[in-house]
Design a binder for this molecule. Structure first.
Ligand code: GN1
Ligand code: MG
Length: 360
């Protein structure tokens, strides 16, 4: 990579389940230190890193133009790819691994859990604004980095096959979870059916809107930059809304073992809804807004199903740090779905009230 200065040290960074991320230090000739983000892309999962990097370069260049128009800081408000010495956006090492590097965003942090409610509002606003900024980006230019990423009915089919094959002999210990998912098969088609009927629009979405994919300015507390652009693809606004709720409005961590701690925090749900709609700046249709609670439930159910599929298939997709990690993750997601079902009327009320207020 075309890094400035001499290599000093590196350490692991972040908590992603897919790529390997490192923070690397270099020292410039004038003695100053400079940090970079270096990532080994998981090319088992992202089968076409060339196309993926083409997406990222194209989306970040597009965003840079918008940031310049509003006199923003292009080094902090979008990711910046550091090319290799020959000008390529990634590097292939001698054993065939794909690497890429980004500028390090200074004086910014990301969170694994909501520490102050205001942070969640900032996260919501930043993801909403991200989607809104990409509303005039030509979606036809985007490669589908993981085809059918949020095709929930297809994910259900893959899950059913994993139960059928049961290659690790684990299905018998998770019959409660298997039945829980099977009982909700009807839910899985709802959003895609609305898309097919033209009642929901296809947009350019992020598709992996975890709280930890937003960098927050440590001085102002504002959300400044959306990171992890690997899955920016055409999708539904409900996916972006829903995945944020799934991760950030849960009272417990994604892999909490004590399920009594897992529940939907309605005040965080409310805060996120208002921040997201504000960031989208009236670009969402009435139907999209009406379907927000369903987006939250669908993304949580889908993620729980993906964790269980991986557990049944021998933990080959999501990185695990302990025995049964994917099962623990699955259980929190299903518990959260159950809690959303109990709080459904309240979720709908919250969305309606915010919509009424914002249309005044
Ligand atoms: C993965 O890599 P990370 O942690 O940002 C996954 C998401 C899941 C998430 C669950 C490419 O995201 O879809 O929602 O784990 N990313 C991919 O925490 O599959
Ligand atoms: Mg991530």
């Amino acid at each position: 990579m075309d890094f400035d200065g001499n290599y000093i040290k590196h350490e692991r960074n972040g908590n992603g389940h897919i790529n390997d991320t490192f923070l690397v230090w270099f020292q410039k000739e004038n003695g100053d230190y400079i940090k970079y983000i270096l990532q080994r892309m998981n090319h088992e999962i992202f089968k076409n890193p060339e196309q993926l990097m083409e997406n990222i370069c194209s989306v970040t260049s597009f965003l840079k133009e918008k940031i310049k128009e509003r006199n923003g800081d292009i080094h902090r408000e979008t990711m910046n790819v550091i090319p290799t010495k020959t000008g390529a956006p990634f590097f292939i090492d001698s054993i065939g691994c794909y690497w890429r590097a980004y500028e390090y965003i200074t004086e910014a942090v990301s969170y694994e859990q909501v520490e102050r409610p205001e942070d969640f509002y900032q996260c919501a606003y930043t993801f909403g604004a991200f989607q809104n900024q990409l509303s005039d980006y030509d979606a036809g230019k985007l490669h589908e980095t993981i085809p059918d990423f949020h095709n929930t009915p297809l994910r259900f089919k893959t899950f059913s096959e994993a139960v059928e094959k049961d290659i690790c002999g684990r299905a018998k210990e998770v019959s409660y979870e298997i039945d829980f998912i099977r009982n909700r098969e009807q839910d899985m088609n709802v959003c895609l059916n609305l898309l097919r009927k033209g009642e929901l629009p296809l947009r350019v979405t992020h598709n992996d809107t975890k709280l930890n994919n937003i960098m927050m300015d440590i001085n102002t507390g504002k959300g400044i930059c959306v990171v992890d652009l690997d899955t920016v693809m055409p999708g539904l606004s409900l996916y972006d809304f829903g995945d944020s709720i799934r991760f950030g409005a849960n009272n417990a961590a994604e892999d909490e073992r004590d399920l009594s701690k897992v529940s939907l925090n309605l005040s965080l749900f409310e805060l996120y809804t208002s921040g997201f709609l504000k960031g989208c700046n009236k670009s969402l249709t009435e139907k999209e807004i009406e379907m927000l609670p369903m987006g939250a439930k669908l993304m949580t159910l889908e993620c729980g199903m993906r964790f269980l599929t991986d557990y049944l298939s021998g933990d080959t997709y999501f990185r695990i740090h302990r025995e049964g990690h994917n099962l623990d993750r699955c259980r929190t997601q299903l518990k959260l779905v159950e809690d959303m079902e109990k709080k459904w009327a309240e979720m709908e009320n919250i969305v309606n009230q915010i919509q009424d207020k914002s249309s005044l």
